[in-house]
Design a protein around this ligand. Sequence first.
Ligand SMILES: [Zn+2]
Length: 355
Amino acid sequence: MTVATRGSLSEFDQFLELSRQIGTDILKTQGAGGNTSLKRDGTMWVKASGTWLAHAGERDIMVPVTVAPLVDALRRKDERAEKATDFVVGPLNSSGLRPSIETSFHAALPNAVIAHYHCVNTIALSVLTNREQVLAERLGATGLSWTTVPYRRPGTPLAREVDAASASRPDVLILFNHGIIIVGETVDEVAAKIETVSASLAMPPREAGVPSFSMLETLSSQTGYSPASDMESHQLALSRENIRLAAGGSMYPDHVIFLGTEIGVLPDGMPLGEFLTSVPAGMAPKLVIVPGHGVLLSDQLTQGGKVMARCLAEVVARIPDHAQVIYLTDDDEHDLTNWEAEQYRQALDREAIRK
Ligand SMILES: [Zn+2]
């Protein structure tokens, strides 16, 4: 790819560096989540489906798409807007990548630089029943313009809401039960806004405790499950509030996509094998909470799945004690688990672990 096709090299390199920074902060991005875009001269470079922002600058992760026809398709409810593959600029797409399933909202926003990520503080605040008030208090002090977007399935349903919300030209869009979008005209401007917003939304994580690794190893021996490898994921099981919040339902899309709709909570004293035979065939949870001890993960989980356990732990740790939470509905969960575009992303995720 030549410098000329991407505009000034320094700008594109700055964009990749910002993408990498967002992608390597676990509190902002987990696995293949989040995406960034840069528009110039009618073309938008956007993160490819299934790739990781953390690899920006090291691997080719950006796909070029033409903006105006994609926005037009979105507004006309042309179904080609969903995958956006028909709008890829083929000659510039040297790696043959497919655009992110969130490409259509990047196109609909009029700004040159867009960062979207699954910030754990944003998710924690945006699932609260009093989210409007809490967000107004925090974001109101930043001096930035902001708005909220109701939960919709990612893809064109969410993109249409973002398109409508962009009419007020916000700097920041809070996507309920999903994450955040921060926009601007230059990479530096967006980076500065991210810093301001991150500080305003920061929530202290609830301190829980220390997992019992030897007990978890014994419990999971020969079961196809293993203790989570990082200390933070175990926090899910080490506080009554964390367990209540995690077991109460699904809070955001990537959780459902990677960990499914059911989380296991092992009854006190029950062997794991007995618990697993009590659930219907094919419904075995990918994540099992052993209250007071720690978290077990299915050995079938990909790296992208394992990191979603960490994400859930980070989110629930930031939800205040006794807070009431708005979970995704059964219909929301059904839409996510029966979605062809996501099956493609999961296939890429499985491929990634073989590399
Ligand atoms: Zn997202």
